[in-house]
Ligand binder design. Sequence first.
Ligand code: ACM
Ligand code: ZN
Length: 520
Amino acid sequence: MRRLLLLVQFLISLTVFVSAQTTVRVIPKPQSVQEGKGVFTISSTTTLSVPDVLKKGAIQLKNYIVPAMGYDLAITSKPKGKNEIEFRIDKSLKQLGEEGYQLKITPVMICLSAYGEKGIFWGIQTIRQLLPEQVHRAAKVNGVAWELPCLSIEDNPRFKWRGLMLDCSRTFISKKEVKKYIEAMSYFKMNVLHLHLTDDQGWRIEIKKYPELTRIASRFRPSYNEPEENQGFYSQEDMKEIIGFAADRNVEIVPEIEMPGHSYEVFAALPQLSCKGDTARIHPWTKGAGIHNEIFCAGNDQTFEFLENMLDEITTLFPSQYVHIGGDEAPKAHWKTCAKCQKRIKDLGLKDENELQSWFVKRIEKYLNGKGKKLIGWDEIMDGGLSKSATVMYWRNWDKSVAQKIPFIENDIVMTPTSHCYFDYAYEKISTEKMYSFNPVFNQEKPEVNKNILGVQANFWSHLDRTSPRIDRQLFPRLLALAEVGWTNSDHKNWGDFEVRLQSELKILEIMGIYYHGKN
Ligand code: ACM
Ligand code: ZN
């Protein structure tokens, strides 16, 4: 009998624990939540009270929520202390950082405070998540009480890089689709969209000095019968529109231009820049070599003239402080037999082709630094030696040996290992739960060895899943797990609790017109 009583007590405590954990339906889970009693209800007389500097944020919140409510909300600069949503810049919240925010909801009003505008924008996403799910509908919904639970949240991100990479080269991803992903990312407080703009299957960004790149290398030959939407490129005007759309949502676009390998498509337009000088004939990924031996000739000064001219346009177009230069999977076979490359190795006293790549990367880094930018590249850029100022995107498999080796490098690192972060892989290999379990640090007990880790990123390669619904399913719901890995402190994460919150957010993805794995 006593045992039964204990069991009942245990089950009751479990229910209380689970419900306490799950009532606040927010992903990523805020760092600190104190639940209160009652609700605040938004009605047609509720005002948005904001100082002038935050008016843009007030308009954003309004645009997100009023279509479903069916009435407008007045914006004012004069707080009235009740029936309002007030935004405040509060410099005393500096300890929460520029992305942190504080949200207080009482039956009388909502107060959202932050050290800066970024924090206010993330707080707005929390407000959206706390409202009934119908708020995401684009047209008026009748019969819903627009209530938010009373609570007090203090929140800021664990990592400053919470990213997604989209491969727009293997398969072109339209401007409309890219915006859809930016919108979803920002709703889950993710802040870096890395666009893989060039690779063997296509050059996707207009370079005014070299129009032949997009004229020739953004389309396959008609005999491949490729769907029209899988081909093409972003004009610089398109890209400015994407960058502006992203910046309005706290998302930074990091451009990637691959070099010295994964650059076969360049040699369709500019064959003279490869070691052999042959004209490339680009093909869809499934119709030819996965990795081509053609590679930029490191011994040819024309290569650097091209790269520098092209990077001049990239660095002017993209406001991000980072330019990603790829650097992965660069086969050295042609460098080994190329007279110009071998002369370069000899003249510079380099040991081998790995050191030649290292010299190549350092030369490009110097050029980018001169433009006020930072170089980031896939982890192979470390192989022949790397300057300390470059940032490494770690992609190769994550295991104990890596965890022991990498902490001793001094470079900044973004974690994107194939073991957890490759969203082109099947869910059988990387389930949402496996993604959620990832702790992107070297040693939990020794914070000093983790200090160079900027954050975490999901990579989506578009070799095989090439239509919008299929890309959606590869990304969702894993991306929500990654968002929480990047934002929420690890001791505060809990898979069971996440799963419950996820169920609500899946309904919202459906309203947003996003497919996800496991259902639709
Ligand atoms: C990569 O997956 N080759 C970065
Ligand atoms: Zn060469």
